[in-house]
Design a protein around this ligand. Sequence first.
Ligand SMILES: Nc1nc2c(ncn2[C@@H]2O[C@H](COP(=O)(O)OP(=O)(O)OP(=O)(O)O)[C@@H](O)[C@H]2O)c(=O)[nH]1
Ligand SMILES: *[C@@H]1O[C@H](CO)[C@@H](O)[C@H](O)[C@H]1NC(C)=O
Ligand SMILES: *[C@@H]1O[C@H](CO)[C@@H](O)[C@H](O)[C@H]1NC(C)=O
Ligand SMILES: [Mg+2]
Length: 246
Amino acid sequence: MDLADLSNKQRILKKLEKEGMTHVLFTDCLKQRDDNIKKVVNILLFALVPMVMDIIASKPRFNREENTNYCLMVIGVPNVGKSSLINSLRRTNLKKGRASRVGGEPGITKAVLTKIQVCERPIMYLLDTPGVLPPKIESVETGMKLALCGTILDHLVGEDIIADYLLYSLNRLGKFSYVEKYDLQEPSDDIQHVLKRIAVKLGKTQRVKAITGVGNVTITIPNYTAAAYDFIRAFRKGELGQVMLD
Ligand SMILES: Nc1nc2c(ncn2[C@@H]2O[C@H](COP(=O)(O)OP(=O)(O)OP(=O)(O)O)[C@@H](O)[C@H]2O)c(=O)[nH]1
Ligand SMILES: *[C@@H]1O[C@H](CO)[C@@H](O)[C@H](O)[C@H]1NC(C)=O
Ligand SMILES: *[C@@H]1O[C@H](CO)[C@@H](O)[C@H](O)[C@H]1NC(C)=O
Ligand SMILES: [Mg+2]
């Protein structure tokens, strides 16, 4: 939630509710203490665990051998913060277990490995899982949003293309803090222009000697790739403001 623009929180909640999601919490898993993480613990213990118990009790079980350990999976698209959520639950009050590795790229968690115990009776564990995407992404627009959030490896989409989509999104949403951050005169929808300014500002330029008929000149050319990288990184760290892409 520290990265998202939640000014339309009620509308978001309504929409999610329509799609069947009733227990929705917004968390910041990087914060040392987040009250909503405590609420996640409470939902787990007092809503989810009883619900799971009910489901299990009401289903016919063909294999009657009693196994009283239960596992809940934490699922979601890559890089959304599943492992971070588990780690922050560990920090908060749950029983300790192995920490989950986290990272800014998709596919950090590659196998179902980490589990932490969330409940004593019955014994219930929370399992970390690798992020998954649907085999087919419905539209180019959705694909670009996922790419911008680091769900798909950057080089598969192209940093320059992601940066262009980022600029388009910021302008569309009226999030103009990039203008001041990169010393631009005004908002622009020309990605080449913006990347040039970013490269100059960050010193990501190369000097090359050009040989001409009348003499040699040294010209400075911006490293567009490096600039695009920084632009995207700044967005993902929240340095370009809180943004809601949907
Ligand atoms: N700002 C912010 N960053 C977060 C938050 N939660 C996770 N992150 C960052 O997001 C990145 C991905 O986090 P992970 O926990 O590795 O995500 P994951 O869903 O386990 O990813 P995979 O295992 O690759 O599927 C890391 O760089 C985290 O530091 C959050 O609440 N706020
Ligand atoms: C320009 O550069 C080339 C290659 O480095 C060199 O051979 C040439 O002498 C230079 N010309 C002038 C006018 O400096
Ligand atoms: C441009 O920047 C990228 C990323 O920092 C770097 O890998 C690349 O070598 C740079 N290109 C040049 C020509 O210096
Ligand atoms: Mg993970």
